[in-house]
Design a protein around this ligand. Structure first.
Ligand SMILES: NC(=O)c1ccc[n+]([C@@H]2O[C@H](COP(=O)([O-])OP(=O)(O)OC[C@H]3O[C@@H](n4cnc5c(N)ncnc54)[C@H](OP(=O)(O)O)[C@@H]3O)[C@@H](O)[C@H]2O)c1
Length: 321
């Protein structure tokens, strides 16, 4: 890719209209059925040209929602820095067409104020994120995880206040237990900052948020639901059907451990792959379609290490209503 070339977004990027977007709960926001996550493949460890190509391809196909967090990289913070560079290089003219989220909740900096759910951490972390991302505001700010030791009111009031301060337009939470999710829904609604969206992992191998009633709760209360790792970090693709391929996420043995690929799991993946093939689909396509067909799911939040993968994943948007 010629990095000196000015980016002009594809004029036809919204032509597929309804095939791309779904309403996020009971809100004014539409989100693409497939959203792009920056957890891996956008930090300093990834080549900038490749990250840039992925982001451009996504936006050119109507994928206007990019999901980040303070600790995405690796190293921590560098996915947001890459995003900031992308803003300056390519996306500044399109800021109002983009829906950008970030989060705080996991360990980010040393000491007692760089982790969990205090007001002190969440607000200073968002300020740092905005600087790294070269943005005045984010569209969506999340509490990244439930903190059993901080009063929920403190965490939630920090979310209310970042909206009042104009640093975020909407708020959400990720990976909170059902009872706490219900508390958050009420707290935020009563302060006129309704929860836009809840983020958790739902995929063919992990249905816990469905079984625990979280998806139903969101649906009943007009909260959108976005599923992260809908491909189980690549397990639900052809990546591992014949072992651990070179350059794959599992080859790094970090967030996706090689020990996870047991004979039993491999057999299950091969069976799912056979069933997908009978329907004329790849395993990745059928896994994403399954997530998007769960009532109440707004968007499937994928990660990709190349545009070819993204091209496959985006095809699913036209196949589910
Ligand atoms: N809220 C939270 O706590 C939380 C936690 C985790 C993630 N997230 C969010 O969710 C996003 C997505 O998570 P994820 O990256 O785990 O999602 P994922 O889509 O389940 O897995 C992405 C990986 O799957 C492989 N892949 C994707 N499409 C493929 C295709 N068509 N064919 C073959 N392989 C394919 C690639 O692996 P290779 O790299 O091996 O090519 C890619 O890196 C993150 O970026 C982040 O924004 C949130």
């Amino acid at each position: 890719m010629d990095l000196k070339e000015r980016y002009n977004a594809a004029p036809k990027r919204y032509d597929a209209g309804d095939k791309i977007f779904r309403r996020c709960g009971r809100s004014g926001v539409l989100l693409p059925k497939i959203s792009l996550g920056f957890w891996k493949n956008f930090g300093d460890a990834a080549p900038y040209e490749r990250s840039r190509e992925i982001a451009r391809y996504a936006f050119d196909h109507g994928v206007v929602h990019f999901d980040l967090a303070n600790n995405y990289g690796p190293p921590y913070g560098t996915a947001e820095e890459t995003f900031g560079r992308l803003m300056d290089d390519d996306f500044r003219p399109y800021r109002d067409e983009l829906f950008i989220s970030t989060k705080a909740g996991y360990d980010m900096w040393p000491g007692p104020y760089g982790n969990w759910g205090s007001r002190k951490y969440l607000i200073s972390s968002l300020d740092q994120s905005l600087r790294r991302m070269r943005l005045d505001y984010v569209d969506l700010f999340y509490s990244h995880r439930f903190d059993p030791n901080t009063p929920l009111e403190e965490t939630l009031q920090a979310l209310v206040d970042v909206v009042r301060q104009g640093k975020a337009l909407y708020v959400g939470i990720s990976r909170w237990p059902l009872e706490a999710l219900a508390f958050a829904e009420k707290y935020l609604r009563e302060r006129d900052v309704p929860m836009l969206i809840y983020q958790d992992r739902v995929n063919l191998l992990d249905r816990a948020p469905i079984e625990e009633g979280k998806l139903d709760f969101c649906r009943a209360h007009g909260i959108g639901f976005i599923s992260f790792s809908p491909l189980a970090q690549g397990l639900l693709t052809d990546r591992y059907l014949n072992g651990i391929s070179e350059g794959s996420r599992m080859a790094l043995n970090a967030s996706l451990k090689q020990s996870a690929l047991t004979d039993e799991l491999l057999e299950k993946l091969r069976e799912l792959n056979r069933q997908a093939a009978e329907r004329g689909q790849t395993l990745a396509e059928s896994a994403l379609a399954w997530v998007l067909e769960q009532p109440g799911v707004t968007s499937a939040l994928v990660g990709v290490s190349g545009v070819e993968q993204l091209a496959v994943n985006l095809k699913v948007m036209a196949r589910v209503s």
